[in-house]
Design a protein around this ligand. Structure first.
Ligand code: ZN
Ligand code: ZN
Length: 349
């Protein structure tokens, strides 16, 4: 089969084609696994973190991609949950140990043996992939393939972030950064918390304009003060400035939830602006978001289908994955980016 393969860690400013279209061995489903013909795969900022070495794959080459929508093409032994032809999704959580204290208390996202799709095992930038049946999800009918893909990471992790803010209807929320996840959180808020006012902080005017179209009451640059204090902020940026400025904008007792797998160290100096009285005093809190659980994905897909939440997507063919990644890197963003995959037949090679 064909796949866009990551072969090395590199700097995207120098190497503008980090992934290579290659012919690789067809994946074969093991016991308890299903084989998927990939239909669509979302492109996530985390892929930049993998490629640029902030969360590098433990082995190379690897096929990235962790927001996968596919059709069941075959099954290994012992598969009862899905049958040939079913449309299913795969998310960032590839597996967890299932036995540790975290796994047994619904916090498999924190498991020391957490394995990530498209980083620790091959993902969906490919014509086919395999996944354990208990880490695959039925995709609701209401979504097209490309609409469903970004729900599996951007949506599910946005949902987890929103839950971690502890927000109640009518409370004021800030979003710093307005990429795939931010826009899905805003759509979710409109239905879940209709009285909540959302303030969006983004560098690019295009992103701010898009946020206002979707219902943000105010938008500004990432270092601006919001017109009123905020009860919670979700930060999806890779930089430290947003952390410091978000803490300043929080009201007493407010909570900042940082939804970023890694921060870049380009503006770490900004942390020196942190002043206890301005940024932390009065019981302000900071919490990071790590990975997702299967329950996050299942609950979010159900909610998104009920509302329904239709993400705004920009579609690229699989072979243009490098262009999609550069567009994220260089902030040419409106909603979520998705690779459309037109898989050929398996050749058995
Ligand atoms: Zn992701
Ligand atoms: Zn575990």
């Amino acid at each position: 089969m064909k796949a866009m393969v990551m072969t090395q860690v590199c700097d995207l400013r120098e190497d503008r084609s980090p992934l290579e279209m290659r012919r690789v061995a067809d994946p074969v489903p093991a016991q308890g696994e299903i084989l998927l013909r990939v239909l669509a795969c979302g492109v996530c900022h985390t892929e930049l973190d993998e490629i640029e070495g902030r969360t590098p794959p433990p082995r190379l080459p690897i096929i990235p991609g962790h927001q996968v929508v596919g059709r069941v093409e075959g099954t290994g032994g012992g598969v009862g949950r899905f049958k040939k032809g079913d449309r299913v999704g795969v998310a960032w959580i590839h597996s967890a140990c299932g036995k540790c204290g975290f796994c047994r208390t619904g916090r498999e996202n924190l498991c020391a043996d957490f394995r990530a799709t498209g980083r620790d095992v091959d993902g969906g930038y490919a014509e086919y992939m395999t996944v354990r049946q208990d880490f695959a999800y039925a995709i609701p009918e209401v979504f097209s393939d490309v609409e469903a893909a970004p729900l599996l990471c951007a949506g599910a992790i946005g949902f987890r972030s929103l839950n971690l803010t502890g927000l109640r209807d009518g409370q004021r929320l800030g979003l710093t950064g307005f990429g795939a996840s931010g826009h899905l959180v805003l759509l979710l808020i409109k239905h879940k918390f209709p009285k909540t006012r959302v303030y969006v902080f983004a560098r690019a005017e295009k992103e701010r304009e898009f946020a206002r179209e979707l219902g943000a009451v105010w938008t500004g640059d990432s270092d601006e003060a919001s017109p009123e204090k905020l009860d919670a902020v979700i930060d999806t940026t890779p930089v430290w400035k947003s952390v410091v400025e978000a803490l300043r904008n929080l009201d007493a007792g407010g909570r900042l939830v940082v939804n970023a797998i890694r921060k870049q160290n380009i503006d770490q100096d900004y942390l020196l602006k942190l002043d206890y009285l301005t940024h932390l005093w009065m019981e302000k809190e900071i919490k990071s978001v790590a990975n997702v659980t299967r329950a996050d994905v299942i609950e979010f897909l159900k909610l998104a289908a009920e509302i329904p939440i239709k993400p705004e997507v920009e579609v690229y063919p699989l072979e243009d994955a490098n262009r999609a990644l550069l567009d994220i890197k260089e902030r040419r963003i409106r909603g979520a980016k998705v690779l459309l995959v037109k898989a050929g037949r398996l050749t058995g090679s």
